[in-house]
Design a protein around this ligand. Sequence first.
Ligand SMILES: [Zn+2]
Length: 357
Amino acid sequence: MSNKILNTLLYVTAVIAIAVIVVFFIKLSNVESDGKDGKAGTDLVDAEKLEGLSALTGKQGTTPGLKQDDGKDTPSVTDTDVPDATGYDVSPAPTTPTDTEDNPSGPVTPTDTPTEAPTTSTPEPTKEPDDKDSIVTVDVSRIDPTKPIVALSFDDGPSVNTASIIETLNEYGVHATFFMVGDNVKMYPERVKMVYDAGCEVGNHTVNHKDLKKLSKEEIKKEIEDNQANINAALGVTISSPVRPPYGNVNDNVREVCKHPMFNWSVDTLDWKTRNADAVFEEVKKSAKDGSIILMHDLYASTAEAVKKVVPWLIEQGYQICSIGEMFAARDVTLENGHLYNSVMNAQKYLESLNTN
Ligand SMILES: [Zn+2]
């Protein structure tokens, strides 16, 4: 009889010993994999193992607490990540469930729900105005329409000199319009983006810089819309750019086909001809007026140098410097697609003539 009991005891002890060894090796293999996976993942796995073991031994639930009590080192974040004596990660025990439990327990948590509600509902109405057929939505809050304004415009880029001009504009916190040409848009998409990201206006100067007066309606349309597509591709967003016809040339076909407002200039700096920063500066000093659109080209280093003089001088004279879109919006001129503007003053005269007729 006593032998039988002894045998049973030995048998039970052997089974428990085997079970402990098996569990130990299972854990060992798990710990090895911890090194490769992210911490969040291993914590989850360990938590599951922990629960499984507690079901087997019936005492695992107390282990995390015991470990911290026994340990002489104060528990830190790294401590909890290190497996304890049994090879189990202690950290999963408290974790986040308490956070989620807290919220339901509190009957009303007004701070959570109101913040979510507006964010889901507001984007819808704000997106609609973007679909309107207009030039890029402009923020004119920083412009005082009662004070002098000039718009700077740069044609035929972007080029290697565009960055320097943007740098100067950023330095003084002012904007400009860049009328870009197809090949350069395709070649330097990051410069198109740089102009846009600086808060400047990305204008459309057609794909091939041809005299639009000499083209068919279909060709005109293609010159304008293909370049708009190139600009949008470079920006990764859809905008409707103002158009500057090459050489400033338009006819009835261009007016009919162009689905954007068109802008020429009222001050020609002749920067392309002189290639001289001082000459460009003198031209601006001589000709700039309230409402002027100043023409330059961001192709030339001399123009980039001129901008460093032109911008501070204009500011000293009391001018607010902005993009064409900003200037016309600040002066509350409603732009017409297919109409050619060359200054705010002329635009206002044009509108007056419409009203009197
Ligand atoms: Zn041009």
